[in-house]
Every structure is written in C-alpha cells, then in structure tokens.
Write a protein that binds this ligand. Sequence first.
Ligand SMILES: NC(=O)c1ccc[n+]([C@@H]2O[C@H](COP(=O)([O-])OP(=O)(O)OC[C@H]3O[C@@H](n4cnc5c(N)ncnc54)[C@H](O)[C@@H]3O)[C@@H](O)[C@H]2O)c1
Length: 315
Amino acid sequence: MAQRILILGAAGQIGTELTEFLHNQGNNVLATDIKDPNYVNFPTEYEIVDVLDRDKLQQVISKFKPEVVYHMAAILSATGEKIPLKAWEINMQGLINVLELAREYRFKLFWPSSIAIFGPTTPKDNTPQHTIVEPLTIYGISKYAGERLIDYYKHRYGLDIRSLRYPGLISWKALPGGGTTDYAVEIFYEAIKNHRYTCYLDPYRTLPMMYMDDAIRGTVQLMEAPRDSIKEASYNFSAISFSPQELADEIKKHIPDFEINYEPDERDQLAQQWPRSIDDSRAREDWNWKHEYDLPLLVTAMLENIARKLNKQLT
Ligand SMILES: NC(=O)c1ccc[n+]([C@@H]2O[C@H](COP(=O)([O-])OP(=O)(O)OC[C@H]3O[C@@H](n4cnc5c(N)ncnc54)[C@H](O)[C@@H]3O)[C@@H](O)[C@H]2O)c1
C-alpha cells in the first residue's frame, strides 16, 4: 500500500538509493537534505531540511504528514573523528529532534546504527547481537547512545521505531560520505580508470560489508515486517566479510593487470577496532532477512555498473 514517506539526509550514499526504491514502489516520497537542490537529482520532490533546525523540521512534518520517516542524516566515522563535537551534535541532537516530533506526530521511524558501535573489547568474529559494547570513536559512541535513546522512546512513548546496524555499504550510484569502509567503493573507480589503487587499510583488514541492493531491500523489509516480530532495538545485519586483498584478487579476475598497494592511515586504526564478521541470526529469524550478493556477484555488479556510468571498457 502506497505511503507518505519523508527521508532526512536523502542525498547521501544510502538515501539516494532508498529514495529511488521507495518512489519506484509507488509511495509518495519527500526527499530532504542540506545539499543545494542544484546538485541533487531526485525523481521525487526535494526540500532543504537541516535536522538541527527543529522549527523547519516541524513545519515540513506538519505539512507533509508522513506515515513513515527514514532518518539517514549523520556525520560518519572518518569525518566524525575530524569534527567530533559537530558529529555528536548532528548525530544526537538531530535524532532527539526527530524523536520528539515522532512523539507528537506518531510516524513510524527508521534510524540506522552501525557496526561502529563495537569497540576493541568486542569479540571480533561472528559478533553476537548482545555483547560487549565499548566504542572508542565519537561516531560509534553516538550510534550506541542513539540505540539506547530509540529504545527508550519506543518503550516510554509507545513509538514504532526500527533500526539496523549497517556494515560497510558498497554502491555505485552515489559516492560514500566519509566512512572507514569507503575504500571498497573507491577501489572500483580506480581499477576501471587507472588499473591501480592505493588502499588506506591494511591488506588483511577484514570487515563486514554489504551490497547496497541488499541493504535497501533489507531496510524496507524490516520496516514492512509485522510490529510484533521486531524484538531488538537495533539488529545486527550482515552479508559478507572480506579484506582489501581478497577484494583486489576478485577484481583481478575481471581486470588482470589491476595492481593494489597499501598505505594504511588513521582509518586503519578505526577499522582495527571493528568486528571481522557479524552474527545476524536474530534478523534472519525474526523477520526473515536473507542477503543475495556474495563477493563475486558484488564485484561483477560494481564493475559493470561503474564502467557503464563512466563509459569505459573493463579491460
Ligand atoms: N554507508 C555506510 O556504509 C553506513 C554504514 C553504517 C551506518 N550508516 C548510517 O546510515 C546513515 C546514512 O549514511 P550514508 O552512508 O548515506 O551517509 P552520507 O554521508 O552519504 O549521507 C548523509 C547525508 O546526511 C546529510 N546531512 C548531514 N548533516 C545534515 C543535517 N544537519 N541535516 C540534514 N542532513 C544532513 C548529508 O548532506 C548527506 O547527504 C547514517 O546514519 C550512517 O551513519 C552508513
């Protein structure tokens, strides 16, 4: 059934594809972000909304009357370490503004968490849903505080709020926005354009990753699941895990002269604190989550789509 859906932070890596997907489903979607409308290209209506501007947010919500809100606006991990207090303000105050309006207007809310909530003391392999959570980055701290806050609003005010702990997301339509896993998108552009890439992570830095099509499908599936099937405040959500070396080896099957070298920087320190793989059995049991893209499928899809977008041959 078609719904009125508001997307905050719609011009980012995930929001761009989420907006298109929900629009193509026949919903009435309003995309919003702080980006200049001349630089965004949506099939839907677009409006500038800063999540820190509570009055504007309220105006838009009272006029559009969304049944569902996807709150995707945030400062991500690598950028967050450069501007920690600003990241805290946008990630926390932005969320509080949206939660307070959810109390008043009673919309259903999606808010994304991240594998960055896990820290160096968390078990790194098959990280359980409930485990030690001691993040060291401002981004991870804001995401974990956000998880507790949405759970509080859910129980205290009877709201319907759903959340996923996204792994690194890999997509070709919009560029990533300053996360630690951005290398896994950049590598494809460089492989196609220059046949070489310098990676800022260690060659063996294995991280949980997911192709964007799986992430969008899973997100919408979570939002459409019966309310009583949702048992966790924010679900572990996973598909595949690989290292830069394994990704490069898979790319070489398509571009045999592709070369990678490594110059690990501070982002490798962030990645070192995160899980290598995630146990998402709760999502699979509670609302039937199932990923489709393994590493070979993901690499083929990324190379074909980016080559077409850049109008380049693969070899
Ligand atoms: N991409 C990933 O791999 C990943 C992984 C884990 C979690 N997440 C989470 O998913 C959400 C979306 O991530 P993304 O990758 O699309 O990020 P992104 O950086 O690409 O997009 C975020 C968008 O938010 C907008 N924004 C920033 N400040 C704003 C403000 N004050 N008001 C309104 N909009 C503002 C930005 O302009 C940007 O378009 C975030 O909460 C992020 O933490 C992403």
